[in-house]
Write a protein that binds this ligand. Structure first.
Ligand SMILES: Nc1ncnc2c1ncn2[C@@H]1O[C@H](COP(=O)(O)OP(=O)(O)OP(=O)(O)O)[C@@H](O)[C@H]1O
Ligand SMILES: [Mg+2]
Length: 351
C-alpha cells in the first residue's frame, strides 16, 4: 500500500501544501520547525482518526484560519482510494472515504495502514505498563475491527463499576449490585486479554528473530502478563477477593486494564537491566515486527512512518532498517541525511 499524494490546507504551519511520494523510501528533510512531524501527524490522522501529538484536533487548524483540510490519495491491492478530513473551529468535521461521508473518526481505521515509530516509543521498553498496553492496542485496533468495540465496552463498564464502588463506600447496602457488573466486566476483560496475549505470542516470535539479527545474537522474549489468573473462574474469584480493597480505593484493581507486557533480554527484564542503546534496539525491532505482522494479516505492506529516529541510529542499524523496509513505502523525517541512498527526498515548504 502506498500514498501517491498528500494535500494540506491550513494544516498547522502549512497553508497550502501538495506532496507526491515515491512507492519506496521518502526522506522528509528540513530544519527544525519546518513541519516534518506535522506531515507524519497528518498521515497518521487519516490512517487512525486521531493524532499522536494532541487529543484536541482543533489545535491543528492554522493559527490564522478557521478550518483545516487534509487529503490523501493512496493505492492498495484492490485499487486507488482517497481520504479527506476537515475540521473547523466550531468542531464541525467533514470526513470522507472515496467521497462517501463517514460519521466517526474511528471509521477511518482499516483503510490506510500505518506503523509509526517516534522517539517516545523508547518508553515501550522502559516506561510503565500502560505504555506497553497502548503499543499492543494500537496494532490490534488496526487489524481486528471488533477489538475497538470490546475495548470500549470494557472501559465503559469499568467506569460504571468504579462509580458503583464509590457509591458502595457511602452506602454499603448497595454492595449486592456489584456482582452483576463483575459478570459483564470479566466477559469483556477475558476477550481483550485473549486477543492481546495471542498477539503478543506472534509478536514475540517475530521480534525474537529480528532482534537477534539487529543485535548480533541477543535473545529477546516477550510475554503478556495477566493479573487475573488463567480462566473465567480465577478471574471471578480474584474479583470477589479484591472487593473490599476495591471499595476502599473506589477503583477496580483486577483486570486487563492493569496487565503488563514483560520484555526479557537474555532472560533479564529489559526495563531494568538493558542499556539505553539496547532499549532503543528493542523498540526498533518491535516496530519492524509489527510491520511483518500487519503485512501477514492484510496481505500487503503498511506504510512506515519514522520520525526523528533514523538519524540517531548507527550505520549498521540504518542499513538493517533500510534492508527491512525495502519493497514498502516509508516516510522518514530527518534534519538532513549525510549518506547517499536510493530514496526520494522531500523538502516540505521549500520550492
Ligand atoms: N496550529 C498551528 N498553526 C500554525 N503553526 C503551527 C500550528 N501548530 C504547530 N505549528 C508550528 O509548526 C511548526 C513545525 O512543527 P513540526 O513539529 O512539524 O516541525 P519539525 O520539522 O518536525 O521540527 P523538528 O525537526 O524540530 O522536529 C512549529 O514551529 C509550530 O509552531
Ligand atoms: Mg519533528
Amino acid at each position: 500500500m502506498y500514498i501517491e499524494e498528500l494535500r494540506l490546507d491550513n494544516y498547522r504551519n502549512f497553508k497550502d501544501l501538495r506532496l507526491e511520494f515515491d512507492k519506496g523510501i521518502n526522506m522528509v528533510l528540513g530544519k527544525n520547525a519546518a513541519g516534518k512531524t506535522n506531515i507524519l501527524e497528518c498521515v497518521y490522522l487519516l490512517s487512525r482518526g486521531r493524532s499522536f501529538r494532541t487529543s484536541r484536533l482543533n489545535e491543528i487548524i492554522n493559527y490564522d484560519e478557521d478550518s483545516f483540510f487534509a487529503y490523501i490519495k493512496a493505492v492498495r491491492n484492490s485499487g486507488e482510494f482517497s481520504i479527506r478530513y476537515g475540521l473547523d473551529r466550531e468542531g464541525k468535521k467533514q470526513a470522507r472515504i472515496n467521497g462517501m461521508d463517514i460519521a466517526k473518526n474511528s471509521e477511518l481505521l482499516g483503510n490506510l495502514y500505518t506503523i509509526l515509530f517516534i522517539p517516545e516509543d523508547m518508553y515501550i521498553v522502559k516506561g510503565n505498563p500502560e505504555q506497553r498496553r497502548n503499543f499492543i492496542d494500537e496494532v490490534l485496533l488496526q487489524i481486528r475491527p471488533n477489538y475497538r468495540y470490546d475495548l470500549m465496552r470494557y472501559y465503559r463498564t469499568l467506569k460504571q463499576r468504579n462509580n458503583l464502588l464509590k457509591n458502595i463506600a457511602k452506602k454499603p447496602s448497595l454492595r449486592y449490585t456489584l456482582y452483576s457488573w463483575d459478570e459483564q466486566l470479566t466477559g469483556y476483560g477475558l476477550k481483550i486479554a485473549g486477543m492481546r496475549s495471542r498477539f503478543v505470542n506472534i509478536l514475540s516470535k517475530t521480534a525474537a528473530d529480528i532482534h537477534k539479527n539487529l543485535s548480533g545474537g541477543e535473545m529477546l522474549d516477550i510475554k503478556y502478563i495477566v493479573n487475573f489468573g488463567n480462566n473465567k473462574d480465577d478471574y471471578a474469584e480474584l474479583m470477589k477477593a479484591a472487593a473490599d480493597r476495591d471499595i476502599a480505593y473506589g477503583l477496580t484493581t483486577i483486570g486487563p486494564h492493569r496487565d503488563d507486557i514483560r520484555i526479557l533480554l537474555d532472560g533479564k527484564e529489559a526495563r531494568s537491566y538493558s542499556s539505553q542503546g539496547q532499549q532503543k534496539t528493542i523498540a526498533l525491532g518491535l516496530k519492524l515486527s509489527e510491520i511483518q505482522i500487519v503485512k501477514n494479516e492484510i496481505g500487503e505492506s503498511p506504510i512506515f512512518l519514522l520520525d526523528d529516529v533514523f538519524s540517531e541510529l548507527d550505520d549498521d542499524r540504518k542499513g538493517f532498517v533500510i534492508d527491512n523496509i525495502k519493497g514498502m513505502q516509508s516516510l522518514i523525517t530527518a534534519n538532513e541525511v549525510y549518506l547517499k541512498g536510493d530514496w526520494n527526498e522531500i523538502r516540505p515548504g521549500v520550492i
